[in-house]
Design a protein around this ligand. Sequence first.
Ligand code: HAM
Length: 415
Amino acid sequence: MDKVQQVRGTKDIFPAEMAKYNSVIDKAKSVSRLFGFDEASFPLIEKSQAFTRPLGESSDVVSKEMYSFNDRGGDSITLRPEGTAGIIRSILSNGKLNDLPLKLFYSGPMFRYERPQKGRLRQFTQIGIESIGNPDALEDVEVILCGIKILSGLGIKKNCILNINTLGDNVSRNEYKKNLVKYFLKHETQLSELSKNRLSLNPLRILDSKEIEDQEIIKNAPLFSSFLNNSSIDHFEKVLKYLKKLDVEFIHNEKLVRGLDYYSHTTFEFITEDLGAQGTVLGGGRYDGLSKMLGGPHIPAVGFAAGVDRLVMMSKLNNDLPMAISIIPIQKENFDYCYSLMNMLRNNNIRAETHPGGNVSKYLKKINKKNQKIVILVGDKEIENKKVVLKNLSTGDQFEVQNEELIKKINMQSY
Ligand code: HAM
């Protein structure tokens, strides 16, 4: 029979790597808590409309990357490609409007049918924060600072550059789009096929086209900054003023439009050269219009998400698995004694395991390959003298320890 294959773009994570994922998520969670974001959890599946409207029918995610299916009741359901739209849906469906502002942290898997490559998966993990209900530009700064602190905590901030831009409010954005289309129409014949398509669907996305034939045309395109109205300028200037005050280094990148329709005002990305083509580690921005796209009232909000798979690849955290003690009966007959000893250690919150016994050197070899370097050897003599032999396989050191001293010695790691 053929072997069942793994789904392309998914990742099996075994304990040593899982420890890295968990420490990245724990770090992000504890930094977010410092900034006032508490953890929440939302469904992996949503009605497809929760994404099609706010992310935009013409966005890459909606037009070609969503995992959607009709469930047995005939509803169109989508595996979440991102967290933000589902969180605003949940605020609306749980009647949480009176509880705003809310500051939430989340982590978990997201699904996008993308072409898999280094740092790009079809099922990937994100951590994210969303500040919902606060219109102040200073909140954009808070969110960016939280992102910086997470990246610093993982030791990778120095390899990332903050790119920041504004997409203005709806009025400025529509005015800009009109002018951008006028400009691109003049050069339509030279544009790539992809950009020609985007011209009617999503002209802003042409600005971050990677196609060679588009580059010269994009270079001379009108700039967003010339179309921003006063309130949009005020918002962005306040963000930049505080970032400068706080000595945050950034690049104002006028071509940064982000791939999702729901953004307005501030957008930002932390970009690295460490991951090859997948340079964006963390991205986000303000999305004041998202709630209305889901049929709700106007709710100002700002947040970001970061790819945990990318953070794990970049960070060099030391992630030793928890130490475990292996208790080895020298003879098979010593097993029962070892089994009680193992339970006694577990009752004292020490991770322990035992083996059937007999072939000691075989067990030692096996254990030496694992991360469990402390072994306890028990034979007839030890049982009689109420002692055990504690052996550290990394150093080769070995001590006799009286049973009553054992817990203390292990807890103090004095062996
Ligand atoms: P996004 O830029 O689409 O934004 O994704 C955020 C991060 O998720 C990316 O910067 C990247 O690190 C990671 N990521 C995205 N796609 C993949 C993939 N296929 N494989 C591995 N990692 C990936 C959002 O998702 C927005 N919800 C962010 C946001 C929150 N905006 C406001 N609030």
